[in-house]
Design a binder for this molecule. Structure first.
Ligand SMILES: *[C@@H]1O[C@H](CO)[C@@H](O)[C@H](O)[C@H]1NC(C)=O
Ligand SMILES: *[C@@H]1O[C@H](CO)[C@@H](O)[C@H](O)[C@H]1NC(C)=O
Length: 262
């Protein structure tokens, strides 16, 4: 027994060190590793990611990265940074991320479905890139999201209905893509006007108008309560000044028929 004990305690100690080491490797800088995976995928001609050193204990001293008091990443701010390359699924590991700002780059490829794991995300700004493929339906899991701006990309497919369940959503911009199908009108989407969806040739809007934006807002106000209204087609009108038109238009709506007002 006397001989075995030191042997056991040495191996226990070694085991303990091994566990600690693996633990710190897996969890200690897992967020740094996730961000480094992104860095590796990106081409960075202006060296904005130069300070991203994966050997540091955490990424909190890296430029364009903000952490909370627990050294967990809350913001990633890389807008207008001339980055190209693709996003990585590892971004979905940044569990406390609130702001993901990657707008105005030349990022290609798909939006990783793993971004739906970012339960604390408030703002997802991937606009003005070259992203393609579908909007992942997993983004509907982002139940704290307030800003979702994906405009000016080449996204295809339909708008996932899951997005209508994000009750916190305040700003939605999906314009200038190649989305198709019907724009959802229920849930949080009741707030959004045609402006959120402009320039998607295959997309069918619930309200369509060639009138100026001011009038669109007016139409919106008038149609907000008309829950069953599927579409209004208004062509060749002078919408900006003619108050009489509005009255005619309103009575058309009250007869609750879908009308082609000419
Ligand atoms: C990003 O670049 C665009 C186009 O050059 C510019 O309009 C915009 O103000 C810039 N945004 C920020 C936050 O710097
Ligand atoms: C909106 O309608 C779609 C399809 O009917 C449904 O899947 C989705 O859950 C609805 N959203 C809300 C917030 O009720």
């Amino acid at each position: 027994m006397d001989r075995i004990s030191p042997l056991i305690s040495t191996s226990t100690l070694l085991w303990f060190i091994f566990v600690l080491y693996s633990f710190s490797k897996v969890y200690g800088n897992s967020e740094g590793d996730a961000l480094n995976a992104l860095k590796v995928q990106l081409s960075d001609p202006n060296n904005v990611l130069q300070s991203w050193d994966p050997t540091l204990v955490n990424p909190c001293t890296w430029y364009h990265v903000t952490c909370n008091n627990e050294n967990s990443v809350t913001r990633l701010e890389l807008g207008n940074a001339s980055l190209s390359g693709q996003l990585v699924p590892q971004l979905g590991q940044l569990m406390n991320l609130q702001y993901l700002e990657l707008y105005g780059n030349k990022i290609t490829g798909k939006i990783p479905k793993e971004l739906g794991n970012l339960k604390n995300l408030v703002s997802l700004d991937l606009y003005m890139n070259q992203l393609e493929g579908r909007i992942p339906s997993t983004l509907g899991n982002l139940q704290k999201l307030r800003y979702l701006r994906l405009h000016h990309n080449t996204l295809t497919g339909t708008i996932p209905y899951s997005l209508t369940t994000i009750s916190t959503l305040q700003v939605l911009d999906l314009s200038y893509n190649r989305l198709r199908g019907h724009v959802p009108v229920n849930g949080s989407f009741a707030l959004f006007t045609a402006m959120s969806f402009y320039h998607n040739p295959g997309l069918k809007l619930p309200v369509s108008s060639s009138g100026p934006i001011k009038s669109m807002i007016f139409l919106r106000r008038r149609t907000r309560m008309m829950i069953n209204l599927r579409s209004i087609i208004i062509a060749c009108n002078i919408l900006s000044r003619d108050e009489k038109f509005y009255e005619v238009y309103e009575s058309h709506l009250q007869s609750s028929a879908v009308e082609d007002v000419k």
